[in-house]
Design a protein around this ligand. Structure first.
Ligand code: ZN
Length: 87
């Protein structure tokens, strides 16, 4: 591996450390941040509404997303079209 480069913790691409955001390459970091902020909004809405069942459902969604993103982002990175693929 080149000096000053590290592997993205999500897609495993070699990236300049200066461009990385908390261990992710810029592509993954941007996509990840968008997704998580979506879930964060849902989570906060559920908390504000005082719905414990909705809160735990969104928490599960976030946990599942954390797992699945590693696979999906690998594919997205290769095709340079993150997040547009249907399930
Ligand atoms: Zn990456």
């Amino acid at each position: 591996m080149r000096k000053g480069y590290k592997l993205c913790r999500i897609c495993g691409e070699e990236e300049n450390v200066a461009d990385m955001v908390s261990g992710c390459c810029p592509v993954c970091a941007r996509y990840h941040a968008q997704k998580l902020s979506e879930y964060q909004r849902q989570y906060e809405a559920a908390v504000a509404a005082g719905e414990p069942s909705a809160v735990s459902r969104v928490s599960e969604l976030i946990a599942e997303y954390e797992q699945s993103e590693r696979v999906r982002l690998k594919d997205a990175h290769r095709e340079h079209s993150p997040g547009v693929k249907a399930k």
